[in-house]
Design a protein around this ligand. Structure first.
Ligand SMILES: [Zn+2]
Length: 403
């Protein structure tokens, strides 16, 4: 018995050795199969990329989507591919790629959020706003929560859905720990303006109060508060509120100067209103305010007074617009008591000056450089709020976009 056991004991190391060799063989076989699969997938990836480079994007999508099903490691490649399509304006293809990712059940929560976010951006770009909203709202509380909320905020502004925009901006403040009070004040101002247009004065008052809570002494909110008081037939109070604009934001006075004069006229004090506006010209003569003051002064005090005022402005703040207004006033003074030759001379000078001021006088966005003939609270070029300087410039046209 002992002899048999000893011979078995001698066999044991040999059996172990054989077992080890067999396991190594299995491992090598497995590795070789893995290697073959990897090479196959690599080939498919290259095939997909080459189809893409050969401008066959639809076939490329099919090939790459198949790889993604087999190999979850290619997820980043798919995000890059989808974003590439979107940047090229091929939103339909971007949607297909991102939709495929969003529909997969095996994605990690972070990748699922990423896919929902990218899909939302695609829908937004394609103008499919309902679907964009649904996709962006699916994004969870992780890394993509703030970018998704920013996209929702952008979308609500496109839709002019100011109430939803306010909620999104407040939520974004919490996510980014960064204030959005200027935008919130502007959204309330948009609501107030709409309410004033439909003569819903109670709603207008509420929105103006909220805007002033967001940004105390906000220029646009004060302008609208004056409009609201005029609608209530309280011109004295409207002038009082607009006086705060004159003190704190004089550069914005051209936006309300005509209504300011109407309120003073309603109180039979047009001269007083005009005098206050003239006082502002000492610092604000380079913009539209000068056009408005010249118009009212000509009506109330006559062209001689307007000429004196413009000569004074040319003295302390010379500009092409002031010179053009001076020529205009001198033309109206010359008509009736000057020779036809003299009148024709002033007319040709005025024509040239108007041509120059019309082509150069623009409001410019401080963020993207977009130049526009009229003032905007939100830049039509980059959608930033309060990026426009309230002062019109007469500088040479830049290479940036303009309208
Ligand atoms: Zn801009």
């Amino acid at each position: 018995m002992i002899q048999i056991a000893t011979s078995w004991l001698l066999l044991l190391p040999i059996l172990f050795g054989l077992g080890w060799l067999a396991s190594r063989w299995d491992l090598r076989l497995e590795n070789r199969m893995d290697e073959r699969e990897r090479v196959r997938q690599q080939r498919s990836t290259f095939k997909g990329l080459s189809l893409l480079l050969n401008e066959q994007p639809d076939q490329a999508i099919e090939t790459l989507v198949k790889i993604a099903q087999l190999d979850p490691e290619t997820i980043e490649l798919h995000f890059s591919l989808g974003n590439l399509f979107r940047r090229r304006g091929e939103t339909e293809r971007a949607i297909r790629v991102h939709q495929h990712l969003a529909n997969r059940d095996d994605l990690k929560p972070r990748d699922r959020d990423h896919a929902a976010y990218e899909l939302g951006r695609d829908f937004l770009r394609a103008g499919l706003l309902d679907r964009a909203e649904a996709s962006l709202n699916r994004v969870g509380n992780g890394k993509y929560a703030a970018p998704a909320k920013e996209s929702l905020l952008e979308m609500y502004q496109i839709e002019r859905d100011w109430k939803k925009a306010i909620i999104a901006a407040i939520e974004l403040e919490g996510l980014q720990n960064k204030p959005h009070q200027t935008e919130i004040a502007q959204f309330y101002c948009e609501l107030a303006q709409e309410a004033l247009r439909r003569k819903d004065l109670m709603d207008a008052e509420q929105s103006i109060t909220r805007a002033l809570q967001a940004v105390p002494n906000h220029s646009r909110a004060l302008i609208l508060q004056g409009d609201y008081l005029v609608a209530l037939e309280r011109p004295t109070q409207a002038i009082e509120v607009w006086g705060r604009v004159a003190d704190a934001h004089p550069a914005y006075m051209h936006l309300l100067a005509d209504r300011w004069m109407a309120a003073y006229t309603a109180l039979d004090k047009a001269e007083v209103g005009l005098e206050r506006l003239c006082g502002l010209l000492k610092t604000q003569a380079s913009g539209e305010l000068l056009d408005i003051v010249q118009k009212h002064m000509t009506q109330i005090q006559g062209p001689q007074a307007a000429e004196l005022m413009l000569v004074d402005v040319m003295h302390h703040s010379p500009s092409l617009s002031a010179l053009s207004k001076l020529a205009e006033t001198r033309l109206s003074l010359a008509e009736g008591n000057q020779s036809p030759e003299k009148i024709s001379e002033i007319q040709s000078i005025l024509g040239l000056l108007k041509e120059r001021t019309n082509s150069l006088a623009r409001y410019t966005c401080g963020n993207c450089g977009f130049r526009a003939r009229r003032f905007y609270w939100q830049c039509p070029g980059c959608n930033h709020w309060e990026a426009y300087s309230p002062r019109r410039s007469e500088g040479a046209a830049q290479s940036g976009p303009s309208m």
